[in-house]
Design a protein around this ligand. Structure first.
Ligand code: SF4
Length: 293
């Protein structure tokens, strides 16, 4: 089955591949500070789903240099995607955000600025700021949707309605940024058809998608639900099957930025088969290559 991978997209659009540097702004999230919730999404780690990101206690340049050290050996050029991953990277003082984004985007080694956020954290000032950045270098905005189904949104305590996501995509596309949608496969109480429906609906509007397997992490409320036997996690075979069906409903121009995802090894409770990343990717890639509807 054919699909547009991130590396083929980067090569065709920019002529080369860029590695990602996972960074943090000193921000929190409205789903944690009490504005729309104080417990966070049910699956979210204490690091605000930024388990691999550099610490926000470090200044931006130090974060970038440290993140570069981690990928230097694999990298063929000195160009990177600066990815503000942890918490909600548009949820902060506008001047602070402007300074952080400017410092990042002005560096010669940064080719693309990627900002992870929630669709309900994109007010007019933020949209203006993103537009400003996008006039300097390409900006990607990553939206944590996870599912289009309201029952699931309530269960995971997402804290906003699905229509807010569609409105956010519209606003972002109006200013010409590349929108990436985060979707989790394997959420409790979701059938395969529900997951495919999420991908079908988002595939109509998004430029890119990150498909991620549900991970149960230590210290989350999801861990308690799992320990109480309220749901089961997917096996590698089930996940690959659902993944193939999801990709098959995506328009070919939608860039698949991620086929699975990593849970931090020290805090991962389930599914443990994901720890063998090489085996998982080989299996998934083979399934996709041989998939027939
Ligand atoms: S919106 Fe993001 S950072 Fe906030 S609780 Fe949910 S997953 Fe975590």
């Amino acid at each position: 089955m054919k699909y547009t991978s991130l590396s083929s997209y980067l090569k065709s659009k920019y002529g080369e591949k860029y590695f990602k540097l996972a960074l943090s702004c000193a921000v929190t999230c409205p789903n944690r500070d009490g504005v729309c919730g104080d417990k966070g999404c049910i699956f979210c780690s204490l690091k605000g789903s930024g388990d691999f990101a550099q610490s926000a206690l470090l200044d931006i340049d130090t974060q970038i240099e440290r993140a570069k050290d981690l990928v230097k050996r694999k990298n063929e050029n000195d160009k990177y995607i600066a990815y503000f991953q942890a918490f909600t990277s548009t949820y902060g003082d506008i001047d602070y955000l402007r300074e952080s984004f400017y410092k990042t985007i002005k560096r010669d080694d940064i080719a693309i600025l990627s900002i992870a956020t929630r669709p309900d954290c994109l007010n007019d000032k933020i949209i203006e700021l993103i537009k400003e950045m996008n006039s300097i270098k390409p900006v990607w905005v990553e939206l944590g949707l996870q599912s289009v189904h309201e029952t699931t949104a309530q269960y995971i305590r997402r804290g906003y309605k699905t229509e807010v996501y569609f409105e956010a995509v519209r606003k972002l596309k109006e200013i010409g940024v590349h929108v990436i949608t985060h979707v989790i496969l394997g959420l409790p109480n979701e059938t395969k058809e529900m997951m495919i429906e999420t991908v079908r609906q988002t595939g109509k509007v998004t430029d890119g998608i990150k498909l991620q397997l549900l991970h149960v992490l230590k210290g989350t409320d999801l861990e308690k639900e799992y320990a109480d036997g309220k749901f089961e996690v997917l096996s590698l075979e089930e996940y690959s099957d659902i993944l193939c069906e999801c990709i098959s409903v995506l328009p070919e121009n939608v860039v698949v930025h991620r086929l699975t995802g990593d849970g931090e090894k020290n805090t991962l409770i389930a599914p443990l088969w994901t720890k063998d990343k090489k085996r998982v990717l080989n299996y998934i890639n083979h399934k996709i290559a041989t998939y027939e509807k």
